[in-house]
Design a protein around this ligand. Sequence first.
Ligand SMILES: *[C@@H]1O[C@H](CO)[C@@H](O)[C@H](O)[C@H]1NC(C)=O
Ligand SMILES: *[C@@H]1O[C@H](CO)[C@@H](O)[C@H](O)[C@H]1NC(C)=O
Ligand SMILES: *[C@@H]1O[C@H](CO)[C@@H](O)[C@H](O)[C@H]1NC(C)=O
Ligand SMILES: *[C@@H]1O[C@H](CO)[C@@H](O)[C@H](O)[C@H]1NC(C)=O
Ligand SMILES: *[C@@H]1O[C@H](CO)[C@@H](O)[C@H](O)[C@H]1NC(C)=O
Ligand SMILES: *[C@@H]1O[C@H](CO)[C@@H](O)[C@H](O)[C@H]1NC(C)=O
Ligand SMILES: *[C@@H]1O[C@H](CO)[C@@H](O)[C@H](O)[C@H]1NC(C)=O
Length: 414
Amino acid sequence: MVSSIIPLLLLLLLFQLTLATHNSGLEDDLSNDQPSGFFLPFESNLYVEITIGTPTRTFNLKLDSSTQLTFLECDPCDDEHQCDLSDTTRRYDGKFSTTFSPISCNNSSLCPHLSPNVTNHYNATKTTASLSLLCTPSNFCRYDVASFSAGNLVSDTLQLTSSITDQENSLSIVHGFVFGCGTSNRVKPEDDGGGVDGRVSLTTHHFSLLSQLRITRYSHCLWPSSAGSRNYIRLGSAAEYGGDMMPVPMLNMTETNSYSYHIALFGISLEEHRMRSNESSTMAIDIGTYYTRLEISLYEEVKEEIMTQIGPTVAYEVNELMCFTTEVGLEIESLPKLTLHFQGFNFTISNKGFYLRDSPSSFCTALVRSTMEDEEKNVLGASGLFDFAVGYDTSERMLAFQQRDCLADFVDGI
Ligand SMILES: *[C@@H]1O[C@H](CO)[C@@H](O)[C@H](O)[C@H]1NC(C)=O
Ligand SMILES: *[C@@H]1O[C@H](CO)[C@@H](O)[C@H](O)[C@H]1NC(C)=O
Ligand SMILES: *[C@@H]1O[C@H](CO)[C@@H](O)[C@H](O)[C@H]1NC(C)=O
Ligand SMILES: *[C@@H]1O[C@H](CO)[C@@H](O)[C@H](O)[C@H]1NC(C)=O
Ligand SMILES: *[C@@H]1O[C@H](CO)[C@@H](O)[C@H](O)[C@H]1NC(C)=O
Ligand SMILES: *[C@@H]1O[C@H](CO)[C@@H](O)[C@H](O)[C@H]1NC(C)=O
Ligand SMILES: *[C@@H]1O[C@H](CO)[C@@H](O)[C@H](O)[C@H]1NC(C)=O
């Protein structure tokens, strides 16, 4: 690890000396302004702090690799557009920012799909989080990320701050950052936890944060929040990718599938016992989802097998999580390990993320059943990604994995 960390720190030091500035990633020549490496910290409930506007305001946005557009809650809130009125300080309002600009629907580089006479923007009955853009009679570009948020497409200056130790002053600035100013957000508060103002898009869409920062690589190495410190997402040249990491190709999914990162799932094992080995299915990797989701039959098979291996036990559920009674004092590390069989790589989920203690004589797994509406039945969420470095290369369309002690690795590296 040491060998990969030293060049990384050098990059960070270099980066500290320059203020990286990007003009709108959507408008100008892609050859200039290569972005530097960047550590973007995030809190245990998976939100990052971003700064928008002039003068600046700071918002907490949840990391999301299934929503195509970054959006945050905006004024105005009227009869049609309900907002959470309990916290007006957390809303973005373009009229207080000198760098704010609404995007009109004749901006062909940003709203290429608009048909000028479409007025009814709430009728798009999509079941996915894919993005639709529509034109209002007043010539503004409305967006709708179905089931999440609708509002106006706008642009303003974005600042990201890397707050890693003495990196407090390193900034990445994007002028003309395009995002959704949500006047009709339908994200339930419990979906995002408290204090979250919107979502930051980590997809491959041209409106995503990655595209607008003009980076094609990022990585994370998550440790459990019980370890206390914040986690980081590494962007651009600071991303961990390649080297000894195991590459796994991303699958091309249909346009309508909202998750961006899918890989083939050839089977699941609990310790040596293999389940579902004769059928290939897919799994989305999504840091914005906390619990791992499995299609119902696979979930039931895993549950039966856990009961067989740890028995005698009684299974129960808490908030949809699969839970079991055990003898008093059984260590989490001694519980059976779950392995996902990917192409050329066996991913053994860390017990630190997979099991949660419910009481001295019971524990839960970080597994939930997928529902009929879920378009991707299997999703490996953040809790299943602990203690793995996971790299994403969106241009090569590859993921890369490597087992680590992420906290020790990070602390040693600093
Ligand atoms: C865009 O629309 C506005 C308002 O209708 C109009 O004033 C402007 O000329 C248009 N711009 C272009 C480039 O068509
Ligand atoms: C389209 O929007 C971008 C970003 O706000 C802006 O730079 C550009 O001038 C706009 N183009 C037109 C034709 O309005
Ligand atoms: C849009 O509406 C205007 C006014 O109603 C009409 O003149 C025009 O033909 C319509 N355009 C299209 C493409 O339907
Ligand atoms: C579209 O929206 C209008 C007004 O909100 C509503 O009356 C109509 O039933 C909707 N159509 C569909 C197909 O949902
Ligand atoms: C996915 O699509 C890209 C470009 O369309 C293609 O180069 C690549 O081979 C495809 N990958 C798979 C696994 O089919
Ligand atoms: C193949 O999978 C199906 C469905 O999961 C299962 O019913 C069947 O027993 C499996 N066959 C073998 C040989 O494992
Ligand atoms: C993954 O585990 C299976 C056993 O379930 C084993 O046969 C296979 O060789 C392993 N693959 C790798 C790449 O280690």
